[in-house]
Ligand binder design. Sequence first.
Ligand SMILES: [Zn+2]
Length: 77
Amino acid sequence: MEERKYWLEAVEKFRLNIDSIVACPNCQQGFLTIKDVAFNDEDISKGGERFIECPICDKFEIVLYRIPPKNWYSKNI
Ligand SMILES: [Zn+2]
C-alpha cells in the first residue's frame, strides 16, 4: 500500500510543521488541510484527534494523539 505510506508521511510533516504544504496522496490535486479536535474542549492538553483532509477528493486520515504535538490546535483559532 504505497498510498498509506504517503499519508503517514503527511502526518509526520504536519507534526513537525503545521504549515507544511502536502499534496493529497490520493488525488494529487488538493493540498491537505488540518483540524484538531480535543477529547475535552476544556483541557486540550489531554490530546485528541487530528483530521488531515483533502478538500478536493475528501479523503482523510485521522491521527490520535494522547500526548499532543507542540503545534496541537495551532490551526484551530
Ligand atoms: Zn485528494
